[in-house]
Design a protein around this ligand. Sequence first.
Ligand SMILES: *Cc1c(COP(=O)(O)O)cnc(C)c1O
Length: 431
Amino acid sequence: MGNDQDCPVPTTHSHSGEPNPAAPGWGYATRAVQSAIPRGLGQSIGLPVHTAAAFQFENLEQAQEEFAGGGGLSYARMQNPTVQQLEERLSSLEGAAHTLALSSGQAATFTALMSVCRAGDHIVSAATLFGGSAGLLQNVLPLMGIETTFTDGSPAAMQAALRPSTRVLWAEMISNPSGDVADVSGLAEVAHAAGALLAIDNTVGGAGYLVRPLEHGADMSVQSLTKWAGGHGSVMGGSISVGHGADLSRNPIFTGGGGRSPLALHGEQALAQWQRWLGASQLGMTLAPHSAFLLGQGLETVGVRLDRECATAQALAEWLAEQEKVSAVSYCGLPGHPSYERAQCYLPHGKGAILTFDVPDPSRFLSRLGLLRIAPNLGDTRTLVVHPWTTTHGRVPEEARRAAGVSPQTIRMTVGLEELADLQADIEQAL
Ligand SMILES: *Cc1c(COP(=O)(O)O)cnc(C)c1O
């Protein structure tokens, strides 16, 4: 840590939430394996999978109460015990008050943004975004009358783009693929002064292992669980974790309706309840219980995997920077990267497992690889590469592609668990 004194200090009040009252002080690795598993005679030691579509009531009154918004178990579109256990574990790991797990990262991003916006509202976003998020903001939300202004992602630029109707600021904690690290505490100040919320896509932050945006002032930490949480390229999911005390008092969705407004009815839980109603109950983007089981199991090893992946990514980035045929190596753990300083503050355990580099002939390079595989996922146990210019960023306007650090020569790599020497040997022969 080079510049501790300039680093924003994380707040600790939301660090553990109340996931496991028995031991709120447990560290990340302990919570990853111990949270959400009840103790007791005959209790299963892993996460049980509940496949029921519905849950029983004993009488009319119980059913009536549940349908009036009881928040318990009734129908699996809204709540399922396996999904609940995953949500509890995610809350523990992200330092959140509540977590909603959904069927994909896209479902989570859409629900997070739609939960605080209605027709006529405005979003301010960083321009360097995952393609699916850019698609939602550019193509889908406008169909509902919600407009987005794209900025360079700095607090000053976001501040300048604010409107009275701005409800939420959106940025990626560690951007894919350029590795820009968001100034979360600066963005939170801008958002909160304007009566808006700050929502951060923390996918590359690895389920709160590398960084927990809620501790730095964000109101929502959204992620694609498909990536590092699942971790084996075998399952899809997404989640929204919300912090304690998001200020919704200036958002008409939550204040309209007087004494029956969501804020009056649900208080501190209004945002989480609204998101579950919207994303799960109404839109039906429910996570399947088998997927929840795989994701919950993936979370048990996310820190161990990321330690190794980040160490390999750092070593590969340094090695690539020395290769004659390679140019423009981009990794926020390298001193030349624009986010290098901020990464030292926000990412003490590792600088993430994605990096990019330019090669003279990407087509030839990719076709010669024998170990690295060409596939678009992130956070797999296997090292994967893509050519963003023609694939993940193919539909992004050329100027925005270049602003996102993508050129026609760029290769994006998500680093897996293989031996460093084997990865180096494969890259070397392909070059
Ligand atoms: C993959 C990804 C998403 C979308 O998640 P899916 O699970 O693929 O729907 C969102 N944000 C980032 C940064 C991603 O990498």
